[in-house]
Write a new protein. Structure first.
Length: 174
């Protein structure tokens, strides 16, 4: 995919590949994915002197734990030749199906993420998230989301920041 412009003002190419496996067990359906991404050599290095590529790899696992409960985990790593905010990602959470309330296509969930800093001054970020998804009809769903983020910076690199991020998104599936 050709992308118009990154934060450095450069056009770049993005490539991604995903290998997925669906497994059905007595617990329910599970989805296991290996994801690789690559960006062309159009991203500045941390010193802002030369262009580098961006590469990342992620393992993503989602598993039903019966008809009502589900869990997910994600692990990711990104190289840091280019300037990157985070080098490592660890996250997980629980999902509760709307079957519990008689609205099968709805769900609620909670999650936690830990992102370890890259080379731009962020030491680590912790995120706690809660969301609720409402199926409005067969094709359209509305998700309301609240996240609390806590950024810790490398000493002398910035002021620690924390706060809430509230959002809504609408999806259309057909």
């Amino acid at each position: 995919m050709a992308v118009g412009e990154n934060d450095d003002g450069n056009s770049f190419n993005f490539y991604g590949v995903q290998l997925g496996y669906k497994l059905t067990t007595s617990l329910g359906e599970g989805h296991y994915r290996l994801i690789g991404t690559f960006g062309s050599k159009d991203f500045l290095d941390p010193a802002g002197e030369s262009n580098q590529s961006r590469q990342a790899f992620m393992i993503s696992c989602d598993q039903e734990l019966g008809e009502i409960l589900g869990a997910w985990i994600r692990f990711g790593v990104q190289d840091d030749d280019a300037a990157v905010t985070y080098e490592k990602l660890y996250s997980g959470g629980l999902n509760v199906s709307g079957k519990l309330s008689g609205r099968e296509k709805d769900n609620i969930g909670i999650g936690y993420g830990y992102l370890k800093g890259g080379n731009t001054g962020v030491d680590k970020t912790q995120v706690v998230e809660g969301y609720v998804r409402f199926a409005l009809n067969e094709y359209v769903a509305l998700t309301l989301d609240a996240q609390y983020m806590d950024d810790k910076y490398v000493p002398d690199e910035g002021t620690n920041v924390d706060g809430w991020v509230i959002g809504a998104r609408m999806t259309v599936e057909f």
